[in-house]
Ligand binder design. Structure first.
Ligand SMILES: [Zn+2]
Length: 280
């Protein structure tokens, strides 16, 4: 029997964190595939003052992905882009117009990596905390830009946003459709187990695998992926789920839910959303 692939749909790895040790933990627990998402530039000690500077961030992420694949029996897919918190920082340094330009430019650079096959999707979003209206509007503008780029490159976008409600999911789904992007390609990262509400809005949820979230998600269906948002920051231990959570949780739930639902979650769903092949 073919072994079940197990994919964590949103992880970070940082050379200043546990990095390859975290990958080993994931692999030993039964994890086989990682969607590695770019960190904000400052987490990697990189200063951004122009869009081209994002290449340093993205090349570093690609290097970490390669190192992880060489060290363990895992496949690492990369998602690149900008983090909504960057807007606040750049706004203070460069003013709003230039800050938006840098972030949109960063997304355009990320899109190049998608186009030449080095990344499988973009990362964008808007703040999960309250900000001034003009920063909110600018964040939406940047997110819309990512949708347009994703449409042109036929790739997925992982979103970091405020907490999901039916209203915000519908709004984001509509924004994607208005940009010509199927909301099926819009992945709500850090999602609560709102499988049905996401399906209604067309958005694809990446459910945070904490506590009983996956049981709740399964009770609503199998149209979701699983993630830890492991941040790999030694200064914030325990602030997020550990690297072995997704494989551990999956194995815990198989006796009750069967393996078929997890073939859907760890293979069929990511294959469809990202247009990749998930094989062991
Ligand atoms: Zn994250």
């Amino acid at each position: 029997m073919t072994p079940l692939p197990i994919l964590d749909n949103h992880m970070h790895l940082n050379p200043s964190g546990r990095c390859l040790e975290a990958v080993r933990e994931f692999a030993r627990a039964g994890g086989t595939h990682i969607v590695l998402v770019s960190l904000p530039p400052w987490s990697l000690g990189i200063e951004i003052s122009a869009p081209e500077d994002y290449r340093k961030v993205f090349d570093r992420v690609l290097k970490i992905a390669r190192m992880a694949e060489e060290a363990e029996k895992v496949k690492v897919f990369v998602v690149l882009g900008v983090h909504p918190a960057e807007l606040n920082k750049f706004y203070g340094r460069f003013g709003l117009a230039r800050a938006v330009e840098i972030m949109k430019g960063g997304l355009e650079v990320a899109r190049e990596y998608v186009d030449n096959g080095r990344a499988i999707g973009l990362k964008s979003g808007r703040p999960h905390y309250e900000v001034e209206p003009k920063l909110w509007d600018a964040s939406n503008d940047i997110m819309r830009h990512s949708f347009g780029l994703a449409k042109d490159s036929a790739c997925a976008v992982q979103l970091h946003t405020e907490s999901a409600t039916e209203g915000t999911l519908e709004e984001i789904g509509k924004m994607a459709r208005d940009a010509g992007l199927s909301p099926e390609k819009v992945v709500k990262h850090f999602s609560p187990p709102m499988v049905k509400a996401c399906e209604k809005a067309g958005i694809f949820p990446s459910v945070l695998a904490g506590e009983d979230a996956i049981q709740k998600a399964l009770a609503e269906g199998t149209r979701f992926m699983m993630e830890t948002d492991y941040i790999d920051d030694l200064k914030r231990p325990g602030s997020v789920l550990g690297p072995k959570t997704v494989p551990k949780r999956t194995k815990q739930l198989i006796p009750e839910w069967g393996e078929d639902v997890f073939w859907k979650i760890h293979k069929e769903n990511p294959e469809k959303v990202y247009g990749v092949e998930i094989n062991i």
